[in-house]
Design a protein around this ligand. Structure first.
Ligand code: SF4
Length: 245
């Protein structure tokens, strides 16, 4: 069922997707989304962290020309940027789209590049949320690699979501960490180079720490010691984020 009042041109596709997605595995759902319902109107949003390669490999198996959006916050580890390029090359991804924060807004609100210390939510807004909102313009659907085991904020993730007039697809929502690991091995996918150094989940360098294996959950090293657990790109209201002061 569509949320009341949100019906628009994409809603028919969302309803179609819902009616045909039952019983499909992750690869089947991707095939339905990419080759059938949304064709040229879908992008995948990838962080190129420790788990991204599995979903990207499945997308490449369906169609390597699907646009893959990467939010270059200007704060990534150099290892992530190198890994991004290596993974894209190995998988044959032909449409990697790197987006950046608005330089004028960066100058105005984060002139010393230290906003992450005083106001991490504001920093994520400038460097992630706004660029993604712009990057999604022109697409009717996007694909995310989030999984339910990644923390309490993600335990209820559905396979299909309706957000801001677009369809969000989470093909791996119900996968376990063991399944992800097995798929890495089965497909012989490269690992993020920082994973071997205890980084279980990787975002921007200032806000990511290595963690011990018994730290509780995979994203424990993100904004460690703060109440913050998510950057905001999965909050509804993304489209309204553009240009917010
Ligand atoms: S993760 Fe940290 S550095 Fe990256 S955008 Fe958010 S607050 Fe800024």
């Amino acid at each position: 069922m569509l949320p009341e009042g949100l019906a628009d041109a994409n809603s028919a596709d969302y309803a179609k997707l819902q009616s045909r997605a039952d019983g499909l595995d992750a690869l089947g759902l991707l095939d339905l989304v990419i080759r059938d319902v949304f064709a040229e109107r879908v992008t995948s949003v990838a962080s190129f962290g420790t788990e991204s390669a599995v979903l990207l490999a499945m997308i490449a198996e369906v169609s390597p020309s699907v646009p893959v959006t990467f939010l270059d916050t200007g704060k990534h580890f150099q290892e992530t940027l190198s890994y991004r390029d290596a993974v894209a090359a190995q998988l044959g991804l032909t449409d990697l789209r790197v987006t950046h924060p608005d330089p004028l807004r960066l100058e105005r609100y984060d002139g010393d590049s230290q906003l992450w210390r005083a106001d991490p939510d504001g920093c994520c807004q400038l460097r992630k949320v706004e660029p993604l909102a712009r990057a999604l313009e022109g697409f009717d659907a996007w694909i995310s690699g989030r999984k339910r085991y990644q923390g309490w904020a993600r335990v209820g993730i559905p396979m299909l979501e309706w957000a801001d007039g677009k369809v969000k697809v989470n093909p791996l929502a119900d996968w376990s960490a063991e399944q992800v690991n097995a798929e890495f091995n089965r497909r012989n996918l490269p690992r993020h180079p920082l994973q071997a150094h205890g980084y279980l989940s990787i975002g921007c360098a200032p806000c990511t720490q290595a963690v011990s294996g018994d730290s509780g959950f995979v994203r424990a090293g993100r904004w460690a010691g703060q109440g913050k657990t998510e950057c905001g790109i999965h909050d509804h209201g993304l489209i309204q984020a553009i240009g917010r002061p």
